[in-house]
Design a binder for this molecule. Structure first.
Ligand code: SF4
Length: 375
């Protein structure tokens, strides 16, 4: 039997890259900006402090690349939180098992009501989100939800606990079009410090999860880190290396990247990422210049001002009108939310903003009647 390729990272590698992260000078940045095909050395330069003064040029280049690939469009989706049950302890998350919040897991009927409420907002591309609870929100629950919701919507994406290849295969057949997996951080020490209990404490299993999604034949893979857990320059560089590794082995896979910043949540009301809006813009532009084929996704965690800039320049997709708690579109109180939201505008308001800027909002990428390539 053929062995699946494994992506590995160790502390010495992370520390070495972190030591190098501030070394590039202006010359290295200029070279990276003039390169037709930037490599990892160029990406390191674009992520470095020396690149900060070139932010306008980086934004212009990244915007041009986005428009060459995806035109003047932006795809809109909404998260549907199915459950806030979680058996893990993550220092930064309001769903952690020890946080005293009311727990809820939606039934199929409740999820259908939520879907109808989201569709009433004009959105037909859903990201199903669960806390990580293998027993109560395991693959059987996810399959039941997928089978019930798939006929109702144009696209169904999933963000749940990492699963086995055979589980992802079943979900693909049932109708999951894309899987989103956050590594959180590539720094082993930081990973261990922030994930202290439950299956998520196994960093190697999580690191291998994107390859399991790819091996299951799912068409689109979303990846990301949580900015603020470790050195962001090194985390973004290693995310790019992970992505290139996957592309080398599964060339047909489409990639989305989302890079949320640490925010206050239940139990952690003051935590911040330490990543400024300028840093954030710089790292997103650097990634887009390095890998133009990437689709950058932006969530409602960011401010309306910053989102307006990102959504009309380098982003390919964005959530809109999001509620980050199970039942949030119909009845649940905000107190169950996973994290606080900055952009509370409705999808219609986002769409109007896009149109004023000459960007076409895309409510569905692909018509279900045309079939699915991933089945
Ligand atoms: S980040 Fe995910 S795994 Fe960790 S506590 Fe929150 S929901 Fe659970």
């Amino acid at each position: 039997m053929l062995q699946r390729p494994i992506f590995r990272i160790d502390q010495a590698q992370f520390d070495r890259l972190q030591r190098q992260s501030c070394a590039p000078d202006r010359q290295a940045v200029l070279q990276a900006l003039s390169s037709a095909k930037p490599d990892f050395t160029d990406l390191q330069a674009l992520l470095s402090p020396a690149a900060a003064e070139f932010l306008p040029q980086m934004l212009a280049r990244a915007t041009q690349l986005k428009r060459q690939r995806s035109g003047l469009t932006l795809s809109l989706f909404a998260p549907l939180y199915l459950s806030n049950l979680c058996s893990n302890e993550c220092s930064y998350c309001g769903f952690s098992r020890s946080v005293a919040v009311k727990r809820r897991i939606l039934t199929v009927d409740e999820a259908l009501q939520e879907t109808a409420a989201i569709q009433a907002l004009g959105i037909s591309q859903l990201l199903l989100v669960t806390g990580e609870h293998e027993r109560k929100a395991g693959v059987d629950y996810l399959l039941a939800m997928t089978q019930a919701l798939r006929p109702q919507v144009a696209k169904l994406m999933l963000e749940s606990q990492p699963l086995a290849v055979r589980d992802y295969q079943q979900l693909r057949v049932a109708g999951i079009d894309a899987v989103m997996l956050y590594q959180e951080t590539y720094d082993p020490q930081s990973y261990a410090r922030h994930h202290t209990f439950g299956a998520k404490a196994d960093m190697a299993y999580r690191l291998d999860a994107p390859a399991r999604v790819a091996a299951a034949g799912i068409a689109q893979l979303g990846m990301g880190v949580l900015l603020g857990l470790a050195d962001w320059r090194t985390d973004v560089l290693l995310l790019a290396q992970h992505l290139r590794f996957l592309q080398q082995h599964w060339y047909q896979l489409a990639f989305t990247v989302a890079l949320p910043r640490l925010k206050p949540c239940a139990g952690q009301s003051t935590q911040q990422s330490g990543v400024s809006d300028r840093d954030y813009l710089q790292l997103l532009c650097a990634l887009k210049i390095f890998a133009p084929e990437l689709s950058l996704s932006v969530s409602t965690r960011d401010s309306p001002q910053l989102r307006d800039l990102l959504l009309t320049s380098i982003a390919c997709s964005a959530s809109a009108g999001s509620k980050t708690q199970p039942g949030g579109y119909t009845v649940a109180p905000q107190s169950l939310a996973q994290f606080s939201i900055d952009d509370e505008r409705s999808p219609a308001e986002i769409a109007a903003m896009l149109r004023r800027s000459g960007i076409q909002p895309v409510w569905q990428d692909w018509h279900p009647l045309l079939g699915r390539s991933s089945v």
